[in-house]
Design a binder for this molecule. Sequence first.
Ligand code: ZN
Ligand code: ZN
Ligand code: FE
Length: 760
Amino acid sequence: MAAQYEITIKGLVQGVGFRPFIYVLAHELNLRGTVENNTSGVFIQLQSTEAQKDLFLQRIVNEKPSVSHIADIEICETEAKFEFHQFSIVASNHSCGDITRISPDIAICDKCLADYHQQSHRIHYPFVNCTHCGPRFSIVESIPYDRPFTTMKEFEMCSICNDEYKNPLDRRFHAQPVACNHCGPVYTAYIGETVINDYQTIVDKIAVTLLKGGIVALKGVGGFNWLADATNDEAVKKLRELKRRYIKPFAVMCNSEKWVTENMIVSEKEWEQLLSWRRPIVLLNEKRKLSSQINDHLHTIGVMFPYMAIHYEIFKKSGLEAIVFTSANKSGEPMLRDNTDARAYLLNSSDLYVEHNRAIYNRVDDSVIRVIDDKPQVMRRARGYAPEPIMNIDDVDGGLAFGAEMTAVFALGVGHQILMSQYIGDLSDYEVYEAYKDTLNRLSTLFHFTPQYLVCDSHPQYLSSKLAEQIAKEKKLPLYYIQHHHAHAVSVMVEYDLTEECLALSMDGIGYGDDGESWGCEVMKCDRIQYERLTHLPYVSLPGGDKAAKECWRMAVSYLYAIYGSLDMLPPTLINQVGEDKIHQLSRLLISPLNNQLTSSAGRLFDAVASLLGVCYVNTYQAEAAMRLEQLATTALFDTKIYSSHALGDWDMSSIFQGMLADIKDNVETAIVAMRFHRSLVAQLVAIMQRYANETNLNKVLLAGGVFQNRLLSELLIKELEDKGLDVYYPTIIPCNDGGVAVGQLAIAAARLNKKNDYA
Ligand code: ZN
Ligand code: ZN
Ligand code: FE
């Protein structure tokens, strides 16, 4: 009898066509045994020679389904109790309640696109899918991932679909959302009172509406979207009014690689991202200006390719090359999910309203990524990414981390897996806060999760912290508070499996400091349990608190006052723009004892510089000033001057501000001044990090915090730190912004609990 091997493959291997792939491969290699899904992943029993087993494993690794991901393969040789005569797929064993992974939603695959055009029962069937593609997370209500636990339970499979579903050699074997023209979900369109059910007519109407400059509301994978012709300024303007989003850039969907090549600068890595099955929005640099209505004043634009069959059809029918594609809700509100809510809100406001009858269980927005230092970095983690777990060294089981506030994401701990929620939004909006609570309930149900302990930000005013306190009280659970920038730093440690002490540079807009001040540019020595704040950007006044984060001119005034002790150096342009009255009022506030809030925020420093240079006086959306400043600087990459500083290894904002003011006076081009600011800041940061690396004997540097969404700053800093021989780590799969904070919170709490540290 041949040897028997028991092989367990862990990772993203369920719901992505893994078992049929194994089945077909085993038959091709004439192997005998079984394959099944179990709670750890895919389990294979194989009776073969060692050489056959090795070849089998090698081909599994090399040829696995594109969406799948193998985290680990365990092999053990056992004694065969009986002989297998063939290779077969065995029914899943779901008796145990352990977690199995749920795949993120996957963009329609090429084979399904082909079926859409030629397979008789799926000709022009818009919800065509298979084991390699289609909805997943958005439709799952509970685990295990089986049709009765998805919103597809409403649809009874026809006999053809059922045959495919049962045939191990079919691409739709156990494809839970399998459907066709006879049995699956359908679109319905509404124009006022008129109801249209015919799919082709609906697509025609969408095309015509877009071409006429109208706004189409269309239900998608994880919510509703608004569409408008990106080349029609009037249409985009109309969309801005509707959405009450007047300046923040829109993303566009396009369908032609040629169009992208003509209009955007795209690196190989960016192409890879654009065309990946995750289909995120990728931030690209424009080759030529598309429309100021889309991304006023910026040179970057979010671009994505179609991910549903209907998207392709809309491009084909309309002949359009770029469509503005945004969630169909007022700016700052959560994505709409239910047809009833959507109809009530979108039917009258849009020129055409199109829904389908496949219910969305988990709302999930489009994801956003930016390639930085030739690595894709997730900025908004949602469709195509959620709910892929992040593996953690410590056991995080039962931990629930509430995240921050402006970019709300929470995280559940299951075993060693950190399950981040999809991006939810800014909790200060009531509807978003409700959506956050709702998502918390849904994901807890979905993963059969019951919290044992809670973790939140140490900011007492964050709504997420207040909710954590309320739940801790109700359920009598322990609650741990985590400092914001420590959480940022540890999120990077999680991504790279680091456990040793590291140096961290956390740069962001705001995080509650241990001294009650508003921190945001912190150099720390830390591990997963504790941290020591080594140094920070010198404090300046934060005049008006939250108001200063919005009205960035306040920070310019604050910095100049801190440096010169007077406002004599304020550039006349700034005074004219803001108005003498307001500046006078602010100067009174600056000397008032009532004004006692201080900040070391890097975000506020960028605000100050942006308004000093006349780039932006008021942030109309988060980080607007910083984005504009970065983009402007990027046009002056050729300039390499640095405002010299005598304070080597220490902060010296005065030399930077003096340098900038002198340049402004000399009428040096604003872009050049913006570039010099970036280079000078980087020079100081590098010297500071080097100094502390020497003093602490630590060589690993963690970069985290929303400021690192600035590609120019990140790339300059990473390169120079590496040139100095430091090992630099920055997040890529976990957002560097507050969307990644929950991961750090959970990892810190778990490390402390596991070390039985007397922390409480
Ligand atoms: Zn497919
Ligand atoms: Zn069918
Ligand atoms: Fe932050």
